[in-house]
Design a protein around this ligand. Structure first.
Ligand code: ADP
Ligand code: TRP
Length: 322
Protein backbone atom coordinates (compact mmCIF):
# COMPACT_ATOMS: atom_id res chain seq x y z
CA UNK A 1 0.00 0.00 0.00
CA UNK A 2 1.71 3.16 -1.21
CA UNK A 3 1.88 5.98 1.31
CA UNK A 4 0.81 9.44 0.10
CA UNK A 5 2.11 12.42 2.04
CA UNK A 6 1.93 16.15 1.53
CA UNK A 7 2.56 19.34 3.47
CA UNK A 8 0.53 22.52 3.42
CA UNK A 9 1.69 26.00 4.16
CA UNK A 10 -0.04 27.71 7.04
CA UNK A 11 -0.13 31.27 5.85
CA UNK A 12 -3.78 31.99 6.75
CA UNK A 13 -7.30 30.71 6.08
CA UNK A 14 -7.38 28.84 2.75
CA UNK A 15 -9.24 30.93 0.12
CA UNK A 16 -11.74 29.76 -2.50
CA UNK A 17 -8.85 29.07 -4.97
CA UNK A 18 -7.07 26.87 -2.41
CA UNK A 19 -10.30 25.11 -1.51
CA UNK A 20 -11.39 24.27 -5.05
CA UNK A 21 -7.83 23.76 -6.35
CA UNK A 22 -6.23 21.85 -3.48
CA UNK A 23 -8.30 21.15 -0.35
CA UNK A 24 -11.37 19.45 -1.87
CA UNK A 25 -9.40 17.41 -4.47
CA UNK A 26 -7.00 16.19 -1.76
CA UNK A 27 -9.90 15.17 0.51
CA UNK A 28 -11.57 13.38 -2.39
CA UNK A 29 -8.34 11.58 -3.27
CA UNK A 30 -7.86 10.45 0.33
CA UNK A 31 -11.47 9.22 0.48
CA UNK A 32 -11.32 7.04 -2.60
CA UNK A 33 -7.71 5.94 -2.34
CA UNK A 34 -6.70 2.73 -0.64
CA UNK A 35 -3.33 4.29 0.18
CA UNK A 36 -2.25 5.45 3.56
CA UNK A 37 -2.45 9.23 3.59
CA UNK A 38 -0.52 11.77 5.66
CA UNK A 39 -1.20 15.51 5.62
CA UNK A 40 0.57 18.03 7.79
CA UNK A 41 0.72 21.74 8.45
CA UNK A 42 4.26 22.90 7.68
CA UNK A 43 4.53 25.37 10.53
CA UNK A 44 8.31 25.04 10.95
CA UNK A 45 8.67 26.09 7.33
CA UNK A 46 6.45 29.11 8.02
CA UNK A 47 8.95 30.22 10.64
CA UNK A 48 11.41 31.04 7.85
CA UNK A 49 9.02 33.91 6.98
CA UNK A 50 6.77 34.68 9.93
CA UNK A 51 8.44 35.99 13.06
CA UNK A 52 5.37 36.53 15.17
CA UNK A 53 4.21 33.71 17.43
CA UNK A 54 0.62 34.91 17.63
CA UNK A 55 0.24 34.92 13.82
CA UNK A 56 1.81 31.47 13.57
CA UNK A 57 -0.66 30.05 16.09
CA UNK A 58 -3.62 31.76 14.41
CA UNK A 59 -2.57 30.61 10.96
CA UNK A 60 -2.12 27.02 12.08
CA UNK A 61 -5.52 27.02 13.71
CA UNK A 62 -7.29 28.61 10.74
CA UNK A 63 -5.64 26.20 8.30
CA UNK A 64 -6.52 23.15 10.38
CA UNK A 65 -10.10 24.34 10.98
CA UNK A 66 -10.62 24.96 7.27
CA UNK A 67 -9.40 21.48 6.27
CA UNK A 68 -11.55 19.86 8.95
CA UNK A 69 -14.55 22.00 8.00
CA UNK A 70 -14.14 20.89 4.37
CA UNK A 71 -14.50 17.26 5.41
CA UNK A 72 -11.01 15.92 6.04
CA UNK A 73 -11.52 12.57 7.77
CA UNK A 74 -8.89 12.22 10.46
CA UNK A 75 -9.58 8.50 10.73
CA UNK A 76 -8.53 8.10 7.12
CA UNK A 77 -5.77 10.71 6.96
CA UNK A 78 -3.05 11.19 9.55
CA UNK A 79 -3.39 14.96 10.06
CA UNK A 80 -0.77 16.70 12.21
CA UNK A 81 1.36 19.74 12.77
CA UNK A 82 4.97 19.36 11.60
CA UNK A 83 6.37 20.85 14.83
CA UNK A 84 4.49 18.28 16.95
CA UNK A 85 6.76 15.51 15.65
CA UNK A 86 10.20 16.76 16.69
CA UNK A 87 12.01 13.86 15.00
CA UNK A 88 11.76 15.79 11.75
CA UNK A 89 14.35 18.36 12.85
CA UNK A 90 16.86 15.71 13.82
CA UNK A 91 16.41 14.00 10.49
CA UNK A 92 16.85 17.34 8.70
CA UNK A 93 20.23 17.63 10.41
CA UNK A 94 21.31 14.13 9.33
CA UNK A 95 20.30 14.92 5.76
CA UNK A 96 22.10 18.28 5.80
CA UNK A 97 25.32 16.41 6.54
CA UNK A 98 24.89 14.38 3.38
CA UNK A 99 24.00 17.15 0.97
CA UNK A 100 26.56 19.38 -0.74
CA UNK A 101 26.35 23.04 0.22
CA UNK A 102 26.94 24.03 -3.41
CA UNK A 103 23.83 22.21 -4.53
CA UNK A 104 21.62 23.84 -1.95
CA UNK A 105 22.62 27.23 -3.30
CA UNK A 106 20.77 26.22 -6.50
CA UNK A 107 17.39 25.66 -4.77
CA UNK A 108 14.76 28.14 -5.97
CA UNK A 109 13.56 28.85 -2.43
CA UNK A 110 16.98 30.39 -1.80
CA UNK A 111 18.08 31.46 -5.29
CA UNK A 112 15.00 33.61 -5.88
CA UNK A 113 15.89 35.63 -2.79
CA UNK A 114 19.56 36.13 -3.64
CA UNK A 115 19.01 39.70 -4.71
CA UNK A 116 17.95 40.39 -1.11
CA UNK A 117 20.68 38.20 0.39
CA UNK A 118 20.79 40.30 3.58
CA UNK A 119 17.29 39.12 4.48
CA UNK A 120 17.95 35.40 3.87
CA UNK A 121 18.08 33.42 7.11
CA UNK A 122 19.82 30.05 7.44
CA UNK A 123 16.44 28.35 7.88
CA UNK A 124 15.39 29.53 4.46
CA UNK A 125 18.66 28.25 3.02
CA UNK A 126 18.18 24.74 4.42
CA UNK A 127 14.39 24.74 3.76
CA UNK A 128 14.77 21.87 1.24
CA UNK A 129 16.50 19.68 3.86
CA UNK A 130 13.56 20.10 6.25
CA UNK A 131 11.18 19.34 3.40
CA UNK A 132 13.18 16.21 2.52
CA UNK A 133 12.99 15.17 6.18
CA UNK A 134 9.18 15.71 6.16
CA UNK A 135 8.90 13.17 3.40
CA UNK A 136 11.63 10.63 4.22
CA UNK A 137 10.64 10.42 7.90
CA UNK A 138 7.42 8.65 6.89
CA UNK A 139 8.70 6.39 4.07
CA UNK A 140 6.34 8.31 1.77
CA UNK A 141 6.19 7.01 -1.78
CA UNK A 142 3.89 9.53 -3.45
CA UNK A 143 4.04 13.26 -2.77
CA UNK A 144 1.32 15.45 -4.35
CA UNK A 145 2.82 18.88 -5.08
CA UNK A 146 2.46 21.84 -7.40
CA UNK A 147 5.02 22.53 -10.16
CA UNK A 148 6.85 25.02 -7.97
CA UNK A 149 7.78 22.22 -5.54
CA UNK A 150 9.21 19.77 -8.08
CA UNK A 151 12.78 20.91 -7.53
CA UNK A 152 12.39 20.28 -3.80
CA UNK A 153 11.23 16.78 -4.60
CA UNK A 154 14.28 16.24 -6.80
CA UNK A 155 16.50 17.38 -3.92
CA UNK A 156 14.66 14.96 -1.62
CA UNK A 157 15.27 12.07 -4.01
CA UNK A 158 18.88 13.11 -4.44
CA UNK A 159 19.71 13.37 -0.75
CA UNK A 160 17.94 10.05 -0.02
CA UNK A 161 19.94 8.31 -2.75
CA UNK A 162 23.23 9.83 -1.50
CA UNK A 163 22.52 8.63 2.03
CA UNK A 164 21.51 5.16 0.82
CA UNK A 165 24.68 4.88 -1.29
CA UNK A 166 27.03 5.82 1.51
CA UNK A 167 25.29 4.30 4.54
CA UNK A 168 23.25 1.43 3.11
CA UNK A 169 19.58 1.18 2.08
CA UNK A 170 17.75 3.37 4.59
CA UNK A 171 15.24 5.59 2.80
CA UNK A 172 12.34 4.95 0.48
CA UNK A 173 12.80 7.13 -2.61
CA UNK A 174 9.58 9.14 -3.14
CA UNK A 175 7.94 10.21 -6.38
CA UNK A 176 6.16 13.53 -7.00
CA UNK A 177 2.54 13.55 -8.13
CA UNK A 178 1.87 16.75 -10.03
CA UNK A 179 -1.30 18.52 -8.91
CA UNK A 180 -1.08 21.65 -11.04
CA UNK A 181 -3.06 20.69 -14.13
CA UNK A 182 -6.35 21.92 -12.71
CA UNK A 183 -8.05 25.11 -13.71
CA UNK A 184 -6.86 28.36 -12.19
CA UNK A 185 -9.47 30.09 -10.09
CA UNK A 186 -9.63 33.85 -10.55
CA UNK A 187 -9.73 36.39 -7.76
CA UNK A 188 -11.74 39.58 -7.33
CA UNK A 189 -9.45 41.54 -9.68
CA UNK A 190 -9.59 38.96 -12.47
CA UNK A 191 -6.07 37.60 -11.87
CA UNK A 192 -5.28 34.17 -10.39
CA UNK A 193 -6.63 34.16 -6.84
CA UNK A 194 -3.71 34.36 -4.41
CA UNK A 195 -3.04 35.54 -0.87
CA UNK A 196 -0.19 37.66 -2.17
CA UNK A 197 -2.45 39.51 -4.64
CA UNK A 198 -5.03 40.75 -2.18
CA UNK A 199 -7.84 39.40 -4.37
CA UNK A 200 -9.15 36.47 -2.38
CA UNK A 201 -12.62 35.23 -1.54
CA UNK A 202 -12.79 33.74 1.93
CA UNK A 203 -15.86 31.49 2.09
CA UNK A 204 -15.66 31.36 5.89
CA UNK A 205 -16.31 35.07 6.45
CA UNK A 206 -19.50 36.23 8.18
CA UNK A 207 -22.29 36.78 5.62
CA UNK A 208 -22.05 40.56 5.26
CA UNK A 209 -18.27 40.52 4.85
CA UNK A 210 -18.46 37.71 2.31
CA UNK A 211 -21.12 39.66 0.40
CA UNK A 212 -18.83 42.69 0.38
CA UNK A 213 -16.00 40.58 -1.09
CA UNK A 214 -18.29 39.29 -3.83
CA UNK A 215 -19.59 42.79 -4.58
CA UNK A 216 -15.97 43.96 -4.94
CA UNK A 217 -15.30 41.67 -7.92
CA UNK A 218 -14.15 43.89 -10.77
CA UNK A 219 -16.37 43.96 -13.86
CA UNK A 220 -16.32 46.03 -17.05
CA UNK A 221 -18.50 49.07 -17.69
CA UNK A 222 -21.02 47.56 -20.16
CA UNK A 223 -24.35 49.36 -19.46
CA UNK A 224 -27.12 47.37 -17.79
CA UNK A 225 -29.32 47.05 -20.87
CA UNK A 226 -26.50 45.82 -23.16
CA UNK A 227 -25.54 42.19 -23.84
CA UNK A 228 -22.50 41.04 -21.80
CA UNK A 229 -19.81 38.49 -22.53
CA UNK A 230 -19.87 35.79 -19.80
CA UNK A 231 -16.47 34.47 -20.94
CA UNK A 232 -14.82 37.72 -19.94
CA UNK A 233 -16.50 38.03 -16.56
CA UNK A 234 -14.94 36.83 -13.28
CA UNK A 235 -18.39 36.66 -11.64
CA UNK A 236 -19.57 34.21 -14.29
CA UNK A 237 -16.28 32.27 -14.12
CA UNK A 238 -16.77 31.69 -10.38
CA UNK A 239 -20.50 31.02 -10.70
CA UNK A 240 -20.01 28.37 -13.37
CA UNK A 241 -17.37 26.56 -11.28
CA UNK A 242 -19.98 25.92 -8.60
CA UNK A 243 -23.39 25.92 -10.30
CA UNK A 244 -25.23 23.08 -12.03
CA UNK A 245 -25.09 23.01 -15.83
CA UNK A 246 -28.67 24.26 -16.05
CA UNK A 247 -28.10 27.18 -13.70
CA UNK A 248 -24.90 28.13 -15.54
CA UNK A 249 -26.74 28.08 -18.84
CA UNK A 250 -29.53 30.25 -17.42
CA UNK A 251 -27.06 32.84 -16.19
CA UNK A 252 -25.15 32.74 -19.48
CA UNK A 253 -28.39 33.48 -21.33
CA UNK A 254 -29.10 36.40 -19.02
CA UNK A 255 -25.64 37.85 -19.77
CA UNK A 256 -26.17 37.50 -23.50
CA UNK A 257 -29.73 38.85 -23.51
CA UNK A 258 -28.84 42.16 -21.84
CA UNK A 259 -31.01 43.86 -19.20
CA UNK A 260 -29.13 42.28 -16.32
CA UNK A 261 -26.63 44.28 -14.25
CA UNK A 262 -23.47 42.79 -12.76
CA UNK A 263 -24.91 43.45 -9.30
CA UNK A 264 -27.60 40.85 -9.96
CA UNK A 265 -25.01 38.27 -11.10
CA UNK A 266 -22.93 38.98 -8.00
CA UNK A 267 -25.97 38.47 -5.78
CA UNK A 268 -26.59 35.10 -7.46
CA UNK A 269 -22.94 34.12 -6.91
CA UNK A 270 -23.15 35.17 -3.26
CA UNK A 271 -26.30 33.09 -2.71
CA UNK A 272 -24.74 30.13 -4.48
CA UNK A 273 -21.61 30.30 -2.31
CA UNK A 274 -23.75 30.34 0.83
CA UNK A 275 -25.73 27.35 -0.41
CA UNK A 276 -22.71 25.33 -1.60
CA UNK A 277 -20.59 25.93 1.46
CA UNK A 278 -23.34 26.03 4.05
CA UNK A 279 -22.10 22.92 5.86
CA UNK A 280 -18.45 23.99 5.71
CA UNK A 281 -19.23 27.47 7.05
CA UNK A 282 -21.27 26.08 9.94
CA UNK A 283 -18.57 23.58 10.79
CA UNK A 284 -15.85 26.24 10.63
CA UNK A 285 -17.81 28.47 13.05
CA UNK A 286 -18.41 25.50 15.29
CA UNK A 287 -14.67 24.71 15.40
CA UNK A 288 -13.83 28.31 16.27
CA UNK A 289 -16.27 28.03 19.18
CA UNK A 290 -14.85 24.62 20.14
CA UNK A 291 -11.11 24.97 19.49
CA UNK A 292 -10.31 21.92 21.62
CA UNK A 293 -11.76 19.76 18.81
CA UNK A 294 -9.13 21.08 16.39
CA UNK A 295 -6.39 20.63 18.98
CA UNK A 296 -7.40 17.09 19.76
CA UNK A 297 -7.61 16.18 16.06
CA UNK A 298 -4.03 17.43 15.62
CA UNK A 299 -2.85 15.70 18.80
CA UNK A 300 -4.31 12.42 17.61
CA UNK A 301 -2.53 12.87 14.26
CA UNK A 302 0.79 13.70 15.89
CA UNK A 303 0.51 10.59 18.07
CA UNK A 304 -0.04 8.38 15.04
CA UNK A 305 2.68 10.10 13.02
CA UNK A 306 5.19 9.82 15.88
CA UNK A 307 5.02 6.03 15.88
CA UNK A 308 6.30 5.81 12.32
CA UNK A 309 8.67 8.79 12.71
CA UNK A 310 10.43 7.15 15.67
CA UNK A 311 10.82 3.90 13.77
CA UNK A 312 12.32 5.52 10.68
CA UNK A 313 14.60 7.84 12.69
CA UNK A 314 15.91 4.83 14.60
CA UNK A 315 16.80 3.25 11.27
CA UNK A 316 18.66 6.42 10.26
CA UNK A 317 20.52 6.68 13.57
CA UNK A 318 21.64 3.08 13.29
CA UNK A 319 22.82 3.59 9.72
CA UNK A 320 24.73 6.72 10.82
CA UNK A 321 26.39 4.86 13.69
CA UNK A 322 24.49 6.21 16.74
P1 ADP B 1 -1.41 31.33 -2.63
O1 ADP B 1 -1.12 31.62 -4.07
O2 ADP B 1 -2.65 31.98 -2.17
O3 ADP B 1 -0.22 31.62 -1.73
P2 ADP B 1 -0.63 28.61 -2.30
O4 ADP B 1 0.52 28.76 -3.22
O5 ADP B 1 -0.38 28.45 -0.83
O6 ADP B 1 -1.67 29.79 -2.53
O7 ADP B 1 -1.51 27.38 -2.82
C1 ADP B 1 -1.72 26.19 -2.12
C2 ADP B 1 -2.47 25.24 -3.04
O8 ADP B 1 -3.70 25.81 -3.53
C3 ADP B 1 -1.66 24.85 -4.28
O9 ADP B 1 -1.81 23.46 -4.46
C4 ADP B 1 -2.32 25.55 -5.44
O10 ADP B 1 -2.28 24.79 -6.61
C5 ADP B 1 -3.75 25.76 -4.96
N1 ADP B 1 -4.22 27.07 -5.46
C6 ADP B 1 -3.82 28.27 -4.97
N2 ADP B 1 -4.42 29.27 -5.66
C7 ADP B 1 -5.18 28.69 -6.61
C8 ADP B 1 -6.02 29.20 -7.64
N3 ADP B 1 -6.18 30.50 -7.81
N4 ADP B 1 -6.62 28.31 -8.44
C9 ADP B 1 -6.46 26.98 -8.27
N5 ADP B 1 -5.68 26.44 -7.32
C10 ADP B 1 -5.05 27.27 -6.49
N1 TRP C 1 7.17 23.60 0.63
C1 TRP C 1 5.80 23.22 0.41
C2 TRP C 1 5.03 24.43 -0.19
O1 TRP C 1 5.51 25.53 -0.15
C3 TRP C 1 5.12 22.77 1.68
C4 TRP C 1 5.79 21.53 2.19
C5 TRP C 1 6.64 21.45 3.27
C6 TRP C 1 5.67 20.22 1.65
N2 TRP C 1 7.03 20.16 3.43
C7 TRP C 1 6.49 19.38 2.47
C8 TRP C 1 4.97 19.68 0.56
C9 TRP C 1 6.62 18.01 2.21
C10 TRP C 1 5.10 18.32 0.31
C11 TRP C 1 5.91 17.49 1.13
O2 TRP C 1 3.92 24.26 -0.68
Amino acid sequence: MARILTGIQSTGVPHLGNILGAVLPAIKLAKKSKSDSYLFIADLHSLTQIKDGKSLIENNFATAAAWLACGLDVNKTVFYKQSDVGEVTELAWHLSCFYPYQRLTLAHSFKDKQSQINTVNTGLFIYPMLMAADILLYDAEIVPVGKDQLQHLEITRDVAARFNNLMGETFVIPKPFLTDSRQQILGTNGEKMSKSKNNIINIFLPKEKLRKQIMSIQTDSTPLEKSKDPKKCTVFHLYSLLASENDSRDLKNKYLAGGMGYGEAKQLLYELLLKKFNKERDRFDYLYKNPQEVHSALTLGAKKASVLAKKVLERVRKASGY
